[in-house]
Design a protein around this ligand. Structure first.
Ligand code: AMP
Ligand code: ZN
Length: 437
């Protein structure tokens, strides 16, 4: 395969040269950070008084971690390094796990972000002849405007359709010959279900690719979307604290996400020791933003679980790849003492053909015990009136799950298209147990 690069020199820079470049960027990030109220104090305490205290990449370990709580405490301007007049835009994180945090950008920050986004889009083989439908929330969430700017930079025809309203989405796809979609994986699955329901044929469309991100999903879910919509699906990772999307992205090899290391310095740390984990070992992803002046954030604990693939990628890019995010340190459920990540359930059920595109995990207290219920839609070809068949399917799902997660779940089947769908990030878990237990 012939691979195309947005910035060939930077994307294929030999790693030694990349390290040298990173040291310079890190010094710049520290210089910016020293101008913020939060880091002025934090860095001085750690003995980092000037950017020249950073002499090598190892020196990053002199900098303490920054957490979500620090960002909240610093709200609204504790992390700003430039005069307010130089701020061109702000975004806020979705706040799904608590109060939102705000990130600020100068004009140059926005240009740099758009460039990382363009690089990501280009790495998937898209170019200016593509028609891009951005089916994700615009607004404070970074996914809408982030992709929008990157796609414009590539020169694609951009349709800022936003999330939701599937009927209108189909019309736009058909009328303007959309070739590339961006959405959450759960919304892509919903789109496919609706398309079938409303009798839209893929033959009327010119779809060929989609970018799916903003929430975890399994390899089976990717494959399912690809098979149902006859497209290539690329994993897109980002977070508002690190600008938004365009932090790490899959190339055409679709085997891990290249972390753009000339914009983001990544570390994987062991959850117990908080020390660097060896390559290949799963731990928490910690990122330092090397490309934003207005809100410098150093060694941010993302709470996302991933691992580095140490081997070089066949595409020729030298930037290391991350394993798809398997979950967050804070989304682990403990059910009667057994640890469970929602992604383990998704992995099992999305590989079963009879299971539909949507599911929900419910955890409740029943007496002294925890009760796990997995609600899944059945596939469109499963006959909803055949009680015997449904019972057998339920039992099959229960047994397969039990073998894989070591918990005996209750399984509930729901008619195709009947479980709630979210336009943004999917809400997959309802845990109604009292919090103090
Ligand atoms: P936000 O700051 O609201 O954009 O949320 C960022 C969070 O969304 C990340 O920290 C991840 O937990 C999650 N996320 C984003 N992209 C992905 C992805 N491709 N796979 C898994 N989780 C993702
Ligand atoms: Zn690659």
């Amino acid at each position: 395969m012939r691979y195309q690069y947005w910035n060939e020199r930077m994307e294929t820079l030999p790693r030694e040269q990349l390290f040298t470049h990173q040291v310079e960027l890190l010094k710049w990030a520290v210089e910016n950070a020293l101008r913020t109220p939060f880091y002025k104090e934090r860095l001085k305490k750690a003995g980092v008084n000037t950017p020249d205290d950073i002499k090598s990449l190892d020196d990053i370990r002199r900098i303490p971690f920054t957490t979500k709580y620090d960002l909240r405490d610093g709200f609204p301007y504790g992390f700003v390094s430039v005069p307010k007049d130089d701020i061109a835009r702000l975004h806020a994180s979705s706040g799904t796990t608590g109060a939102p945090t705000t990130i600020y950008y100068t004009k140059d920050d926005l240009t740099r972000w758009a460039n990382f986004m363009a690089r990501s889009i280009y790495a998937t083989g898209c170019n200016k002849s593509d028609v891009f439908q951005n089916m994700i929330t615009y607004g404070l969430f970074t996914g809408g405007l982030g992709f929008h700017a990157g796609a414009e930079e590539v020169g694609m025809l951009v349709i800022p359709s936003g999330a939701g309203n599937t009927a209108r989405q189909f019309r736009l796809m058909r009328d303007f010959g959309t070739t590339v979609l961006h959405a959450t994986p759960s919304f892509l699955l919903h789109v496919e279900s609706k398309m079938r329901e409303e009798g839209f044929s893929l033959n009327e469309l010119r779809l060929r690719k989609a970018f799916a991100g903003a929430e975890p999903y399994s390899e089976d879910t990717r494959r399912r979307i690809e098979e149902l919509l006859h497209i290539d699906v690329y994993n897109s990772y980002g977070l508002s604290e690190m600008n938004g999307p365009g932090v790490a992205f899959e190339c055409q090899c679709k085997n891990g996400l290249h972390l753009w290391e000339d914009g983001y310095f990544g570390e994987i740390i062991n959850l117990d020791t908080l020390e660097p984990a060896p390559d290949g070992e799963v731990g928490e992803l910690v990122i330092t933003c090397l490309c934003r002046e207005a809100s410098p954030i150093l060694r941010y604990r993302t709470r996302d679980l991933s691992a580095f693939y140490p081997e070089p990628c066949a595409c020729g890019r030298t930037h290391r790849r991350l394993h798809r995010i398997t979950g967050r340190t804070d989304d682990m459920l403990i059910i009667n003492g057994v640890n469970l990540f929602p992604s383990q359930i998704e992995e099992v059920i999305m590989s079963m053909k009879e299971v539909g595109n949507n599911y929900l995990i419910v955890v409740e207290k029943e007496g002294v015990l925890d009760r796990l219920t997995v609600k899944t839609e059945v596939g469109p070809d499963v006959f909803w009136d055949d009680a015997r068949l449904l019972n057998a399917l339920k039992e099959k799902i229960r047994k397969t799950l039990q073998a894989s997660i070591s918990i005996n779940p209750r399984v509930e089947l729901h008619e195709n298209g009947s479980l709630p769908v979210s336009e943004g990030k999917a809400k997959r878990v309802i845990d109604s147990r009292p919090k103090d237990v």
